[in-house]
Design a protein around this ligand. Structure first.
Ligand code: SF4
Length: 267
């Protein structure tokens, strides 16, 4: 056995002296593994739970790779019992592209917020969609940079409050929101595009069906699949927690409307 700097170095060029053996049954735990640090009333845990339930129902847990962007939801990288890669700001779709191309039999999905995906990495997701990459991208959209203090993002709707728009976004001063799902749906490589929300039980159930269909689309090799999920951020919106589901419906939901924008299976 070779020694380097006082440590035994295990050779990789020869097989191990003992074959590998299963020491215990492996039961994936997806939903209740440790704690996270997100605010009470945040919609991101509900969205993540819906995605994980969809993965569990499709029985693809052990061949799934998640790619996380940077945001409050990044805390969930410790709660998922699937492989997790951490991308730089905005770059999750490119990292996911590499993972999927290297391992075509895996189910690869990204999780990004609107700040990470639209402000910091818009070209990444647009090009991945245009190329028809067989990945699923999930955008958690609350119209605010929640993790870094509540600044406006490119998806903040007119009238929506954030830290630097306390009176609500104004078109003249701040421009208009980017409707990302609508842009992606126009691209030929996009096979499935939908926008859900988690502000009430009906929308949570609907969003779960969207996520299931997106993953099924990826498994069928149809092309790029995308699910935007409107989530509550009472902290970034500077409103009472209990007001946030209604605020989401009144402001974000009335502009970024919930529904399926594209499904190639229905053509
Ligand atoms: S700041 Fe907003 S998005 Fe971040 S954890 Fe709190 S409620 Fe959720």
């Amino acid at each position: 056995m070779e020694r380097r700097e006082g440590h035994v170095v295990v050779p990789t060029s020869v097989p191990p002296s003992e074959p590998a053996r299963l020491v215990d049954d492996f039961t994936p735990l997806l939903l209740d593994v440790g704690e996270h640090q997100l605010c009470p009333g945040c919609g991101e845990p509900v969205a993540m739970r819906s995605a994980l339930e969809a993965i569990a129902e499709l029985d693809v847990i052990q061949r799934t790779i998640a790619v996380f962007g940077i945001g409050c939801y990044t805390a969930f990288s410790n709660n998922l019992d699937v492989e997790v890669l951490q991308a730089l700001h905005g770059r999750a779709p490119s990292l996911a592209t590499g993972a999927k191309r290297a391992k075509p039999n895996t189910v690869v999905f990204t999780v990004q917020g609107d700040g990470d995906m639209v402000n910091e990495g818009l070209q990444e997701v647009l090009h991945a969609a245009a190329r028809g990459e067989r990945i699923t991208c999930i955008m958690l959209n609350n119209g605010v940079f929640g993790e870094t203090g509540g600044h406006m993002t490119a998806t903040t709707v007119l009238g929506q409050r954030t830290k630097n728009t306390l009176d609500g976004r104004e078109a003249e001063a701040h421009g208009y929101p980017i409707m990302l799902s609508n842009l992606i749906a126009q691209l030929e490589g996009a096979a499935y595009v939908a926008r859900g929300a988690v502000n009430n039980a009906g929308n949570v159930a609907r969003t779960k069906r969207m996520l299931l269909r997106a993953f099924e689309s990826q498994l069928a090799g149809e092309g790029f699949s995308f699910v935007e999920i409107l989530t509550m951020c009472p902290t970034g919106w500077f409103i009472e927690t209990q007001e946030s589901p209604g605020y989401l419906a009144e402001h974000l939901g009335s502009v970024h409307t919930v529904g399926v924008l594209k499904d190639v299976a229905l053509r």
